[in-house]
Design a protein around this ligand. Structure first.
Ligand SMILES: Cc1cc2nc3c(=O)[nH]c(=O)nc-3n(C[C@H](O)[C@H](O)[C@H](O)COP(=O)(O)OP(=O)(O)OC[C@H]3O[C@@H](n4cnc5c(N)ncnc54)[C@H](O)[C@@H]3O)c2cc1C
Length: 580
């Protein structure tokens, strides 16, 4: 059986909800569906803490936000996309305010903004340190007010349906019943978020398995800049739970094992009694994570059962400020680390946090595959280039979710609800394939969890904060072996109701695609830029690599990498300077 909606949005996080609302706003006659593997309010957006960037203060300007983003990206972002982004971000944040988002305020009633890493002016809007929760809640309740937005909560998309180069729907499993359904559409917007779970130690929720990247890749859309994986400098050891950059923006210090603010040794400025914009602890994430590795190599980190750590010191901020501006940080430290940051040092280490790369789109969220759009972390527009600045991601979800929703609405408005027979046939094929997979893997011998954790270790060892040709080539070989073992993975659960083992299997197959594309792109980029640091090619090489990598899937399943020039409008490549 097949159901038709004009636009199907995969994902109910910040980007997906914003895109669905934009479709409904653009053309109220269109029927929109949001298909999400979790209830929308459980999407990873909910866990964002620190805030969302958008120029608000009188002493700030769109050009400065654009320049910080471009230099933070190590000049790999497309500057036309960045200019559109900085111009539309404040409007989107204000829109959210009108929909009910409780932004924190200054005593005189103006929006409060805080400093954030790599941003040289204070421009990060926040709702205490629960920004993602409030943002997602606001979008969710707004989406509820549109009767033509219907939801498929806890439905898992397994395939995009493509006929004659056009995407015309998806196949999804209703997790509660195991029912497989073909959901046809005139346009599909992928908003499935990132893929941090490809690595062993990450801030990302378990659900962030790169499904949408792999779905688009398998359907024929290229992935862009996949080698750029962001490590956030401050995750709690063992759990990987994020201690937001806002903790450093409010004045937190990073100390090595000698109690020394080591960032002053890394060209990031000198210590000052108050937080200084653009320097030391408020440097960009790539530089801070790299500095940690150098401290480790000098023997100046502290060994723990969960790897080497340094300390985040918030004690001098005092209970009053911590409770007012960082209450969630205090709660997380207490619940997951059993410490109180008001009186104790917080152990932290770098942790995989965000994918700069993703599905290649233009500045309207359109992919090269007709009818397919993407927005949010799954997409690469690109505004983040080689390194995203903290607090640019939430507004990216809003700005490009809106743009993708509008473009998809215009595109879908030209079509009726007739769906080619070939699409329906493909849907039935996918249903049969899923049934066969369950039967085949019922006979398997390998544990899904073993293959997954070996893949994660391979990625950390091969494509971590620093990489080189040998480590990447070894990782590529190991992934090939894991792919072979995956064919023999076992499923013990044969039921149809909430078969989480089947979902884990499908997620692992998506993650293997994503992992391979990260390694393939990282191998080919023989330079160091932003989050991609090759010890065998330590310098940035604009002559060869001021370009996006694009990887497409060949018929034999391997990836082919080519390059696309970066769009430069007003800021020619320069040196990244912080702390001066
Ligand atoms: C702990 C943490 C803190 C952060 N803090 C900040 C911050 O302060 N500021 C900032 O700018 N950024 C922050 N980020 C980054 C930012 O929150 C994310 O990049 C952003 O929220 C991603 O939103 P999204 O809509 O693209 O994806 P998500 O919110 O991850 O949503 C993805 C959606 O896709 C659905 N989905 C996925 N696969 C499938 C499938 N196969 N079938 C059906 N549905 C599927 C999921 O159900 C979900 O609804 C933070 C990230 C983390 C992890």
């Amino acid at each position: 059986m097949a159901t038709f909606h004009d636009v199907v949005v995969i994902g109910g996080g910040g980007a997906g909800l914003r895109a669905a609302i934009a479709v409904a706003e653009t053309n109220p006659r269109l029927k929109v569906a949001i298909v999400s593997k979790v209830y929308p309010m459980r999407s990873h957006t909910v866990s964002a803490e620190g805030g969302a960037a958008g120029v608000a203060a009188a002493d700030d300007s769109l050009d400065e936000h654009a320049y910080d983003t471009v230099s933070g990206s190590d000049w790999l972002s497309d500057q036309d996309a960045v200019e559109a982004f900085v111009a539309e971000a404040p409007r989107e944040l204000l829109r959210l305010e009108h929909w009910g988002c409780p932004w924190s305020r200054q005593p005189d009633g103006h929006i409060a903004v805080r400093a954030f890493g790599g941003m040289k002016k204070m421009r990060t809007w926040f709702a205490a340190d629960r920004t993602g929760f409030h943002l997602l809640h606001t979008l969710f309740q707004t989406a509820l007010s549109y009767p033509d937005i219907v939801r498929y909560d806890e439905w898992y998309v397994t395939k995009l349906l493509v006929d004659e180069g056009k995407v015309r729907g998806v196949v999804a499993i209703e997790l509660a019943t195991g029912r497989v359904e073909t959901i046809t559409a005139s346009a599909v917007i992928v908003c499935t978020g990132g893929c941090g779970r490809v690595y062993p130690f990450t801030t990302n929720a378990n659900i962030k398995t790169g499904d949408g990247m792999a779905l688009a890749y398998r359907a024929g859309a290229p992935l862009k800049d996949m080698e750029f994986v962001q490590y956030h400098p401050t995750g709690l050891p063992f759990t990987g739970i994020l201690i937001t950059e806002a903790a450093r923006a409010e004045g937190g210090w990073l100390l090595n094992k000698d109690g020394y603010r080591y960032l002053q040794d890394y060209d990031l400025g000198q210590p000052s009694p108050t937080p200084v914009l653009r320097s030391m602890e408020l440097g960009p994430r790539d530089r801070l994570s790299q500095a940690f590795v150098h401290e480790f190599e000098k023997g100046r980190t502290i060994d723990t059962p969960y790897g080497p750590i340094v300390h985040l010191d918030l004690r001098h901020l005092g209970a009053k400020l911590i409770d007012a501006k960082l209450p969630f940080v205090r709660e997380l430290c207490s619940k997951y680390q059993n410490i109180d940051p008001v009186t104790e040092l917080v152990p932290v280490r770098p942790v995989v946090h965000y994918m700069m790369g993703g599905v290649h789109t233009d500045i309207h969220g359109a992919t090269p595959l007709e009818g397919l759009y993407a927005a949010g972390e799954v997409a690469c527009v690109s505004i983040n280039g080689a390194n995203r600045l903290g607090s640019n991601s939430l507004p990216e979800c809003l700005v490009f979710g809106t743009r993708a929703g509008r473009a998809a609405a215009v595109f879908a408005g030209r079509y009726g609800d007739t769906v080619p027979a070939a699409i329906l046939a493909q849907g039935r094929d996918e249903e049969r394939r899923l049934k066969r997979e369950l039967e085949r893997h019922a006979e398997g011998h390998e544990r899904i969890a073993d293959i997954r954790s070996e893949m994660q270790t391979t990625m950390e060892n091969g494509a971590g904060i620093f990489r080189d040709g040998d480590s990447l080539a070894k990782a590529a070989d190991e992934l090939r072996e894991l792919r072979v073992r995956f064919a023999d993975a076992a499923i013990d659960d044969h039921s149809r109701t909430f078969n989480t083992e089947l979902v884990a299997l499908l997620e692992l197959s998506f993650m293997l695609d994503v992992a391979e594309s990260i390694i393939a792109c990282a191998l080919q980029r023989e330079e160091s830029r932003g989050a991609h640091q090759r010890t065998d090619f330590p310098a940035r090489d604009d002559a060869r690599f001021l370009a996006h990598s694009l990887i497409t899937r060949e018929p034999d399943g391997t990836g082919r990498v080519r390059y696309l020039p970066v769009t430069i409008t007003r800021w020619p490549p320069g040196e990244r300077v912080y702390g001066r």
